[in-house]
Each structure stands twice: as C-alpha cells, then as structure tokens.
Design a protein around this ligand. Structure first.
Ligand code: NAD
Length: 308
C-alpha cells in the first residue's frame, strides 16, 4: 500500500516554483502578486489564509491580505472585488470561502475576473474547462490530479467514484477526470490525466457502498468523518481523502484534531494507495494555488516560462 504523500509532493512543487521565481528575480523581473480577501473571523479560514500566505512567502510570491469585518455589505465587497479586477499590480486574487450568510458566494464568484481567478472557481473558469478551453483549473481538483500524476496512477478507462458534488471539489473534479486529457493553462501542468468513467455520488445516493466497491479510484469530499469504510473499497483501489473535519481530542492542546472522511486505519489495509489527512490533499491544494498564480504571472510577464 502506498501513502500518497501530499506534503512531500507539494514541497517539491513549491521548490520548482521557487527556483523559477528566483531565476526571474535574478533577471530583474518583478515578482508575482496574490491578494487574499477574507471576510470575518472564521478560525478555520484564518488558518487556511495564514498557511497560504506562508507558502507564498516561501516561493517568492508577494501576498497581500485584505481583511474585512463580517458586517461588510455584499455591495461593498463586490466593489472591492471590482477594484482588484482592475488593479494591475495584482496578478491574481482569491476570496476565502465560506462567506457570511448575507453575502452571495455566487455573486462574488461571478464578479471575479476569470483571468485573475487563481482558485479556478468562477463560472467562467469552470465553464471554459467544461468546453476544453484554456482555463485556470480549480485548485483542489488540480492538486489531486498532480498527486495522481506524481504517483503514476492512471485514470484513463478507470472507474472513478467522486463522493460530494460541491462547486469547489466534487463537480470540477468529476469534469477534470472525465475530460479528454485536460487542457488547462499551458504552464500549469502537463495534465495528462482524464479519460476516466466518473460516477458522482452525494447525500441522496442510494447504496453508496455498492457503487464504491466498483471503483478503481474513490475521491471523497463529503465532510463526514469515517464515511468511507474498508467494506466499501475494492482491494487495491486508490483512495483520495479530501475531507477536513475537526473532531474533539482532549489529548491535543487545541482540544481537537483534524481528520478526513475516510476510516484511514482500516481502509489503508485494503486500498492500494491512500492519501492521509493531514498531509494529503490539503498541501496539494495550496501548491496548486501557487502554481495558478505563477501561471497567470507567466502570461502577464511574457517570455518567462515555468519549466516543469
Ligand atoms: P460541501 O461541504 O459543500 O458538500 C458536501 C458534499 O458531500 C455534498 O455534495 C453532499 O451531497 C455530499 N455528502 C454529504 N454527506 C454525504 C454522505 N453521507 N454520503 C454521500 N455524500 C454526502 O463540500 P466541499 O466544500 O467540497 O467540502 C467537502 C469536504 O472537503 C469538507 O470536509 C471540506 O472541509 C473539505 N475540503 C478540503 C479541501 C482541501 O484542500 N483538502 C478543499 C475543499 C474542501
């Protein structure tokens, strides 16, 4: 059984980006800039943003955090997003989700200029991907794709079961895998994966276990600790755990620990390959975000290409 070590693969990806940006700097080229918009004080979001900022600093991406209080109006936030769309000093930006309930995520995502959408979540980015046009890929699915590529786990002709149908993971993941070898921005990834037969499951799916047992690859993004058990996995199948759940842990100084959606202890005895939580998809998502920023920058500063 292989543990799909997202921490290691992400570190290698960051090292390549750092090397590329160091060479740009040596030539006197400006560095890329990412802006991160955060609304309110959701502790999990604050942790994710801090991790993204640290990763940016490590590779040489300039990063600006733009924080608003939770009572900012939707209209004010949309105005700020339009300013970022126009700001030539910013290569790309993200709006950390989730947003407070009075702000429509759909309106926010629709307002972000897709050419700066380094999370790859706007309707334009997703729609362009659906049609096979060059697009910035969604960060989490793109990170999963890189992990599968790194461990040379083929998807062509395989049956992939995706559990979860969210706009940020389940749907773009399913699209990416079912597509003919995926056409993302040229410098983002070699992107050889695709050509899979994909089944998308969700909370209303009947007999999830039977469907999962037919899968060569299972990707779980449901937010339910312990959802995928050993009985649901075909021997030798690949299991990717996207879930991040806080569960109480009196032994931890924080009082909680992070677990995925997979019963790792038992599933790892049946699966051929499995990604852990933490240390699996999480770091890959951040590495993909960085890669998207550098890809957009690469187009804004022509003549410097990422060599992957
Ligand atoms: P979500 O929370 O918006 O929705 C959950 C999805 O799972 C829904 O489509 C629902 O139908 C499905 N689902 C819920 N319970 C189910 C069940 N019992 N059986 C089958 N399907 C079920 O989805 P999301 O935003 O994609 O988040 C899913 C999980 O992935 C969360 O734990 C989230 O924290 C995590 N996540 C991790 C990363 C990362 O980088 N590692 C990125 C995004 C999300």
């Amino acid at each position: 059984m292989i543990v799909l070590d997202g921490k290691k693969v992400a570190a290698e990806k960051r090292a390549k980006l750092r090397e590329f940006l160091t060479s740009c700097k040596a030539k006197g080229v400006r560095m890329p800039k990412l802006a991160i918009v955060i609304v309110g004080h959701n502790p999990a979001s604050e942790t994710y943003v801090a991790n993204k900022m640290k990763a940016c600093a490590e590779v040489g991406i300039e990063v600006e955090k733009i924080a608003f209080e939770a009572d900012i109006t939707e209209r004010q936030l949309l105005t700020e997003i339009r300013k970022l769309n126009r700001d030539k000093s910013v290569d790309g930006f993200i709006v950390q989700l989730p947003l407070p309930e009075h702000i429509s995520e759909a309106k926010v995502l629709t307002t972000i200029d897709y050419r700066k959408d380094v999370d790859g979540l706007t309707p334009m980015s997703i729609g362009r991907s659906v049609q096979g046009l060059p697009a910035i890929p969604s960060a989490t699915p793109s990170g999963i794709r890189t992990l599968l590529e790194y461990y040379q786990i083929p998807t062509a002709g395989k049956h992939v079961v995706v559990i979860g149908r969210s706009n940020i993971v389940g749907k773009p993941m399913a699209l990416m895998l079912m597509q003919r070898p995926y056409l993302s921005l040229p410098s983002v990834s070699a992107a050889a994966l695709g050509d899979a037969t994909v089944t998308v499951c969700h909370s209303k799916t009947q007999d999830l276990a039977a469907i999962c047992r037919t899968a060569d690859i299972i990707i779980v993004a449901a937010g339910c600790p312990g959802l995928l058990t050993a009985e649901m996995v075909k021997p030798g199948a690949t299991v990717i755990d996207v879930g991040i759940n806080r569960v109480e842990d009196p032994a931890s100084p924080r009082g909680y620990k992070l677990v995925g959606d997979v019963d790792f202890e038992h599933v790892s005895q049946v699966a051929g390959a499995i990604s852990p939580v933490p240390g699996g998809v999480g770091p890959m998502t951040i590495a993909s975000l960085l890669s998207n920023v550098v890809a957009v920058y690469d187009m804004n500063v022509p003549g410097y290409k990422v060599s992957e």
